[in-house]
Design a protein around this ligand. Structure first.
Ligand code: SF4
Length: 212
């Protein structure tokens, strides 16, 4: 099976397996999703979702984050880990939003990645989930691991992995495809002990019973 054939078969299979795949971070507007995505680094979505209801209430605007006393913001996000650097990122990102975009979250890759603390992965999450724009493929730790195990790329650098996936997957499915790999990575193809015997795409996977 060639790589494009495998990508096509996986796309069809995942659509059947995970018909309701979606972003598992809770949010109600682009700013909330941007903040939640920054907090999700090295942290589970579940933990982020425990912190964000109170956080979003306390800081409803970019200006509120930009003006937040550092210690107060650090305390509010402490349980997500790396809270000092995350608080600094949030304040810097929010200050840029206020200075450059009147506090609004822009809807282009270029403008998003120009914000301090925002890289391609975060920008892709916001564009895909808050604005419905397929500008790229989100490459997080799950997408990185699964796209390699599933034989869709040999690369290790997220930007190069993303470029390979963009060539293989139809643009309309870029966001969905990353959700599918993230969902499969959490439920079946875990980093340490992938459940190959129970895996629904085992017949399409060149790493079946060999991974980890
Ligand atoms: S067969 Fe195993 S390695 Fe391949 S996707 Fe399934 S769980 Fe992951």
């Amino acid at each position: 099976m060639t790589r494009p054939e495998r990508a096509k078969a996986l796309t069809a299979a995942f659509a059947r397996i995970y018909p309701r795949a979606h972003c598992e971070l809770d949010f109600s507007n682009p700013l909330e999703l941007l903040v939640a995505t920054i907090l999700s680094a090295q942290c589970t979505d579940k933990r982020v979702n425990l912190v964000t209801p109170a956080l979003f209430k306390k800081y409803p605007t970019a200006r509120a984050y930009a003006q937040a006393p550092p210690a107060e913001l650090e305390k509010a996000i402490q349980s997500t880990g790396f809270f000092r650097s995350k608080a600094a990122s949030l304040r810097a990102m929010a200050a840029d939003l206020v200075a450059l975009h009147g506090g609004k979250v822009p809807a282009t890759m270029e403008a998003l990645t120009a914000l301090r603390g925002v890289g391609r992965k975060t920008a892709n999450v916001v564009l895909g989930n808050a604005y419905g724009i397929n500008d790229g493929v989100v490459v997080d730790t799950h997408v990185r691991r699964l796209s390699r195990r599933l034989g869709l790329t040999k690369q290790t650098d997220p930007v190069k992995i993303e470029a390979d996936l963009m060539k293989l997957i139809p643009r309309a499915q870029w966001m969905l495809f990353s959700h599918w790999l993230i969902w499969h990575g959490r439920r079946r193809c875990m980093a340490r002990r992938p459940d190959c015997p129970g895996c629904e795409v085992q017949h399409l996977c060149p790493s079946a019973f060999k991974a980890a």
